[in-house]
Write a protein that binds this ligand. Structure first.
Ligand SMILES: [Zn+2]
Length: 178
Protein backbone atom coordinates (compact mmCIF):
# COMPACT_ATOMS: atom_id res chain seq x y z
CA UNK A 1 0.00 0.00 0.00
CA UNK A 2 1.35 3.44 -0.83
CA UNK A 3 0.82 5.43 2.29
CA UNK A 4 1.45 8.82 0.71
CA UNK A 5 -0.91 10.17 -1.97
CA UNK A 6 1.57 12.26 -3.94
CA UNK A 7 -1.00 13.98 -6.16
CA UNK A 8 -2.58 15.84 -3.23
CA UNK A 9 -0.06 18.52 -2.42
CA UNK A 10 -1.84 21.01 -0.16
CA UNK A 11 -4.25 20.95 2.76
CA UNK A 12 -6.78 22.88 0.64
CA UNK A 13 -6.73 20.16 -2.03
CA UNK A 14 -6.95 17.55 0.72
CA UNK A 15 -10.06 19.19 2.23
CA UNK A 16 -11.65 19.48 -1.21
CA UNK A 17 -10.90 15.81 -1.95
CA UNK A 18 -12.54 14.66 1.28
CA UNK A 19 -15.55 16.95 0.81
CA UNK A 20 -16.16 15.65 -2.69
CA UNK A 21 -16.05 12.03 -1.54
CA UNK A 22 -12.88 11.52 -3.55
CA UNK A 23 -11.59 7.96 -3.53
CA UNK A 24 -7.90 8.91 -3.85
CA UNK A 25 -7.22 7.80 -0.28
CA UNK A 26 -8.84 4.37 -0.51
CA UNK A 27 -6.02 1.80 -0.54
CA UNK A 28 -6.26 -0.94 -3.14
CA UNK A 29 -5.09 -3.54 -0.62
CA UNK A 30 -4.97 -3.92 3.13
CA UNK A 31 -1.37 -3.39 4.36
CA UNK A 32 -1.86 -6.15 6.97
CA UNK A 33 -3.38 -9.04 5.01
CA UNK A 34 -3.44 -7.76 1.41
CA UNK A 35 -7.22 -8.16 1.39
CA UNK A 36 -8.82 -5.96 -1.22
CA UNK A 37 -12.17 -5.17 0.39
CA UNK A 38 -11.81 -1.97 2.38
CA UNK A 39 -14.75 -0.12 3.87
CA UNK A 40 -14.79 3.58 4.68
CA UNK A 41 -14.44 3.84 8.43
CA UNK A 42 -14.79 7.49 9.39
CA UNK A 43 -11.85 9.79 10.00
CA UNK A 44 -9.27 10.58 12.58
CA UNK A 45 -7.91 14.07 13.06
CA UNK A 46 -4.46 15.56 13.08
CA UNK A 47 -3.27 19.03 13.95
CA UNK A 48 -1.47 19.22 10.63
CA UNK A 49 -1.88 22.87 9.71
CA UNK A 50 1.20 24.59 11.16
CA UNK A 51 1.08 27.74 9.07
CA UNK A 52 1.02 30.97 11.05
CA UNK A 53 -2.06 33.07 11.75
CA UNK A 54 -5.25 32.75 9.73
CA UNK A 55 -3.49 30.54 7.21
CA UNK A 56 -3.21 27.87 9.85
CA UNK A 57 -6.94 27.62 10.33
CA UNK A 58 -7.62 24.25 8.75
CA UNK A 59 -7.12 22.27 11.96
CA UNK A 60 -8.16 19.71 12.90
CA UNK A 61 -7.39 18.04 9.57
CA UNK A 62 -9.46 14.93 8.90
CA UNK A 63 -7.71 11.80 7.61
CA UNK A 64 -9.97 9.18 6.04
CA UNK A 65 -9.76 5.75 7.64
CA UNK A 66 -10.56 2.37 6.11
CA UNK A 67 -11.47 -0.96 7.67
CA UNK A 68 -10.39 -4.23 6.11
CA UNK A 69 -13.34 -6.62 5.73
CA UNK A 70 -11.04 -9.64 6.09
CA UNK A 71 -8.79 -8.89 9.08
CA UNK A 72 -10.60 -5.87 10.60
CA UNK A 73 -7.42 -3.79 10.82
CA UNK A 74 -7.82 -0.12 9.99
CA UNK A 75 -5.50 1.82 7.71
CA UNK A 76 -5.23 5.25 6.19
CA UNK A 77 -3.25 7.24 3.68
CA UNK A 78 -2.05 10.83 3.88
CA UNK A 79 -1.56 13.61 1.30
CA UNK A 80 1.94 14.69 0.36
CA UNK A 81 1.65 17.77 2.57
CA UNK A 82 1.29 15.67 5.75
CA UNK A 83 4.17 13.42 6.78
CA UNK A 84 3.09 10.00 8.05
CA UNK A 85 3.70 9.43 11.78
CA UNK A 86 5.45 12.77 12.17
CA UNK A 87 4.51 15.83 14.08
CA UNK A 88 6.27 18.21 11.68
CA UNK A 89 5.80 18.20 7.96
CA UNK A 90 8.47 17.32 5.43
CA UNK A 91 9.33 20.92 4.56
CA UNK A 92 10.22 21.72 8.18
CA UNK A 93 12.33 18.59 8.46
CA UNK A 94 14.02 19.41 5.18
CA UNK A 95 15.24 22.80 6.47
CA UNK A 96 16.89 21.11 9.47
CA UNK A 97 18.39 18.29 7.41
CA UNK A 98 19.84 20.70 4.85
CA UNK A 99 21.64 22.53 7.65
CA UNK A 100 23.06 19.24 8.97
CA UNK A 101 24.07 18.16 5.46
CA UNK A 102 25.90 21.47 5.06
CA UNK A 103 27.97 20.57 8.10
CA UNK A 104 26.27 22.96 10.56
CA UNK A 105 26.74 21.76 14.15
CA UNK A 106 23.80 20.50 16.25
CA UNK A 107 24.25 23.46 18.56
CA UNK A 108 24.13 26.02 15.78
CA UNK A 109 21.31 24.23 14.00
CA UNK A 110 19.32 24.31 17.22
CA UNK A 111 19.94 28.03 17.62
CA UNK A 112 18.86 28.77 14.04
CA UNK A 113 15.75 26.62 13.99
CA UNK A 114 14.67 26.66 17.68
CA UNK A 115 14.39 22.88 17.68
CA UNK A 116 15.92 20.97 20.56
CA UNK A 117 19.26 19.37 19.86
CA UNK A 118 17.94 15.88 20.57
CA UNK A 119 15.16 16.37 17.98
CA UNK A 120 17.72 17.50 15.42
CA UNK A 121 19.99 14.58 16.28
CA UNK A 122 17.07 12.14 15.90
CA UNK A 123 16.21 13.50 12.45
CA UNK A 124 19.86 13.35 11.38
CA UNK A 125 20.09 9.74 12.57
CA UNK A 126 16.87 8.90 10.77
CA UNK A 127 18.38 10.06 7.48
CA UNK A 128 21.76 8.41 8.15
CA UNK A 129 20.32 5.04 8.99
CA UNK A 130 18.18 4.89 5.89
CA UNK A 131 20.44 6.63 3.43
CA UNK A 132 21.84 3.48 1.91
CA UNK A 133 18.41 2.05 1.03
CA UNK A 134 17.03 5.45 -0.04
CA UNK A 135 20.04 6.23 -2.21
CA UNK A 136 19.83 2.84 -3.90
CA UNK A 137 16.19 3.46 -4.85
CA UNK A 138 16.84 7.03 -5.93
CA UNK A 139 19.66 6.02 -8.22
CA UNK A 140 17.64 3.23 -9.76
CA UNK A 141 14.81 5.65 -10.58
CA UNK A 142 16.59 8.87 -11.37
CA UNK A 143 19.84 8.48 -13.27
CA UNK A 144 20.65 12.15 -12.75
CA UNK A 145 21.21 11.60 -9.06
CA UNK A 146 23.96 9.08 -9.75
CA UNK A 147 26.59 11.71 -10.37
CA UNK A 148 27.00 13.18 -6.91
CA UNK A 149 30.23 12.14 -5.29
CA UNK A 150 28.95 11.60 -1.76
CA UNK A 151 25.70 11.01 0.10
CA UNK A 152 25.32 14.52 1.59
CA UNK A 153 25.76 16.04 -1.88
CA UNK A 154 23.19 13.65 -3.27
CA UNK A 155 20.64 14.50 -0.57
CA UNK A 156 21.18 18.21 -1.13
CA UNK A 157 20.49 17.83 -4.80
CA UNK A 158 17.42 15.64 -4.15
CA UNK A 159 15.99 18.15 -1.70
CA UNK A 160 16.65 21.05 -4.04
CA UNK A 161 15.27 19.26 -7.10
CA UNK A 162 12.15 17.55 -5.73
CA UNK A 163 11.93 18.24 -2.01
CA UNK A 164 12.00 15.72 0.82
CA UNK A 165 8.23 15.12 0.69
CA UNK A 166 8.20 14.12 -2.99
CA UNK A 167 11.29 11.95 -2.49
CA UNK A 168 9.54 10.16 0.39
CA UNK A 169 6.46 9.63 -1.76
CA UNK A 170 8.72 7.84 -4.25
CA UNK A 171 10.26 5.67 -1.56
CA UNK A 172 6.80 4.98 -0.24
CA UNK A 173 6.09 3.04 -3.42
CA UNK A 174 8.96 0.62 -2.74
CA UNK A 175 9.72 0.80 0.94
CA UNK A 176 7.77 1.68 4.02
CA UNK A 177 8.67 5.23 4.99
CA UNK A 178 9.37 4.90 8.68
ZN1 LIG B 1 -6.69 -6.91 6.16
Amino acid sequence: MHRIVASITSLELHAAALASGCEAYRPSNCPHCQGCKLWSHGCYHRKADRRPGALGALNPVAIARYLCAACLHTCSRVPLCIAPRRWYDWSVQQVVLLLLLAGVSLHRCSRCTQFERRTIRRWGNWLDQRSEAFVFHLRSRFADFGRESDTPALWRSVMNAMGLGVAMAWFDQDLVVP
